[in-house]
Design a protein around this ligand. Sequence first.
Ligand code: NAD
Length: 505
Amino acid sequence: MDQRFDATERFAEGAQFIAGSLRSGSSGRTQDVVDPATGETVYSYELAGEAEVDAAVEAARRAFADWGGATPGERSDTLHRFAAALTEDAGDLARAESLNCGKPIKLSEEFDVPGSIDNAAFFAGAARHLEGKAAGEYSADHTSVIRREPIGVVGSIAPWNYPLQMAAWKVLPALAAGNTIVLKPAEITPFTSLLFAQAAQRAGLPDGALNIVSGAGRDAGEHLVGHPSVAMTSFTGSTAVGKRVAEIATGTVKRLHLELGGKAPFVVFDDADLEAAVHGAVAGALINTGQDCTAATRAYVQRPLYDAFVSGVADLMATVRLGDPFDPSTDLGPLISHAQRDRVAGFVDRARAYATVVTGGEAPQGGLAKGAYYLPTLIAGAAQDSEIVQSEIFGPVLVVLPFDSDDEGIALANDTPYGLAASAWSRDVYRTGRATREINAGCVWVNDHIPIISEMPHGGAKASGFGKDMSAYSFEEYTQVKHVMYDNTAVARKDWHRTIFGDRP
Ligand code: NAD
């Protein structure tokens, strides 16, 4: 039995949560869940097949009648109780997330879990603030009313980097607006999605309103996206898979929300606070071992500060403590899997041919060698069009490039297919103001990089997708607008009929 989080005991019946109870999948394929810090299997389960997706969608379809018809106040009450249930479960959620993903326990306890609880509290409030435009007589003979209605059954697909937060971001606005949901977590990270659904049930969410199908992308995922009873697909993951999801969703004309990859620029102008920029770059690049879609990945530093920035970041990276995710002093955990570690190492090894690895660039030896660890890595001297600058690496790797004019810095920041997040570092309000206007991204931070908050939207531009998570903007995405028009005349032969039949007066 694992003292940290015993998934075998908690999910003994299986890793599918359908119509209010745990059950096993029936795909005939077993998935091992591996602790990336040790390489040991901590849980095995049978993946969901099409039968589980069908059952979950049917449960959600049936639950929609009640949940979609509940008053905003009733939905809000349930979500407030949900936030309280998550607060009670905070310890388990943090331990499960750290075991499953290798996240340092301080990150799970201080970022993932409280952020998700705050999201539940935010959407409990938002449930009572659904607004349409004011009603009125836009035609003299009619009164118009705007209704914002839930869409129906939402099929959501989430990635492995923040399993709990992604579940929260997908599920909470959808429920607050009156939809019901089938969520597919990444098959290697099912734990906290299941705990999340169990907490919702304890809070009084009707059975079937939230279902979890733990299945593989190509079968359970595609079946969910193409399902005719699913009215909306909300997907977070890579741009490559997002394109495939879009193709399938188009076939059934679904509402689509895509949160895709990122390659965030970090632009340091020559009047910036160097110490702040160096600390911000290391924190921004290493959060969640770099497996963060908004992580700082490309630092552009104006020439006068370039050398000092490179040596400052390299020195600071060398102080970061890799270790057991359950040790409270560990700063950096392993990557999600050995396969992801090897993928990251592949990018860095190929870059050696055209760039300089300033620090890192290898897996640590000794006690950590059996885990999926990789040292914080800084790369300099790469060309703007090289793979290491253009591709999403999703590991603890920062690339640094110099620039001369402000025009050049902003142009380089915009020069990738992605547009999820960016930051600008300067003490000059006009320079940062220009950067916030001209960098094409869903979020631009000024003199910081990473913080998020429930009230503010998160979502991308360009190949980073469209649609927003968190905030009132995401809440509205999970609704459809209906125009209702009342005749005010009570006249059988209405004046406008003459344009169709009969004579003009
Ligand atoms: P991924 O695209 O490989 O998988 C994401 C999800 O899609 C998983 O649940 C997977 O099982 C499923 N999937 C895979 N193939 C599928 C298919 N053919 N049809 C339907 N579903 C399928 O991504 P990942 O490796 O799990 O996560 C990392 C990626 O997620 C990175 O690109 C990262 O930038 C992105 N991400 C984006 C955001 C954002 O808000 N924009 C947030 C977190 C992660």
